[in-house]
Design a protein around this ligand. Structure first.
Ligand SMILES: C[S@@+](CC[C@H](N)C(=O)[O-])C[C@H]1O[C@@H](n2cnc3c(N)ncnc32)[C@H](O)[C@@H]1O
Length: 213
């Protein structure tokens, strides 16, 4: 877990407030730790679940889904909201297969549609509109994803985008790598746009939560 930005004490406290999770989800967290795979973690996962419940989301599109950890939080919310669909999109077949196994074990696979493909292209080709879009692709791809998301998210829908503090690399003026520039540019675009009302929530690596007007 990333903790450079949030003190270990605060990070542990935030995680301690997340409701108890099923063993399968705990196993996914352990696997991510072992493999150093960047999942959103329990505090951000719970926030995603809460936002999906608060908005009554029935149609969710995830870009960059990994092995299904973030998907599990959205899928649980969609089922509790009365059913619908969560699109799981990752370009790696092995991760998609692993995600299917976990989501089945969690009893959540019934609402999940799996795509092994590039995420922004898949969003373009998938019928919307969506209630929630969650973006966690490679960071250099963030700016180009925004116009596509704008055409697919409904008015009043919520965009959640991860890693907006990017382990503090955004503050390092010497870092002009494509990923760091991608996070900076996306932040500029969404905060300057009259189409969005957004806040950066500094949990873990920072999530922008934005309302499409
Ligand atoms: C940060 S991880 C996702 C973690 C996941 N959201 C979670 O919290 O469980 C991003 C994943 O998406 C994949 N990915 C990155 N950019 C992508 C793209 N443009 N299209 C499809 N997959 C992408 C990466 O290879 C990686 O497996």
């Amino acid at each position: 877990m990333m903790s450079e930005l949030v003190s270990p004490q605060v990070a542990a406290y935030l995680e301690s407030l997340v409701p108890e999770r099923p063993p399968e989800l705990l196993a996914m967290e352990a696997y991510a730790r072992e493999q150093r795979f960047p999942i959103i973690g329990p505090a951000c996962g719970h926030l995603c679940y809460q936002l999906a419940r608060m908005t009554g989301a029935r149609k969710v599109f995830e870009l960059g889904s990994g092995f299904g950890y973030s998907t599990a939080f959205f899928a649980k919310a969609v089922i509790e909201n009365g059913g619908g669909v969560v699109h799981h999109v990752v370009w790696d077949e092995a991760l998609s297969t692993r995600a299917r196994g976990h989501l089945k074990a969690l009893g959540l696979e019934g609402v999940v549609e799996f795509h092994v493909a590039e995420a922004v292209e898949t969003l373009k080709q998938t019928e919307g509109p969506f209630d929630i879009v969650f973006n966690d692709i490679d960071k250099h791809g963030y700016p180009a994803s925004l116009p596509v998301i704008e055409t697919k998210l409904r008015s009043g829908g919520v965009l959640i985008i991860d890693n907006m503090l990017w382990s503090a690399r955004i503050f390092d003026t010497a870092d002009t790598s494509p990923n760091t520039e991608g996070v900076r540019e996306f932040t500029r675009l969404i905060t300057a746009s009259p189409l969005w009302t957004s806040s950066l929530v500094p949990i873990r690596d920072g999530m922008i939560v934005a309302l499409k007007r």
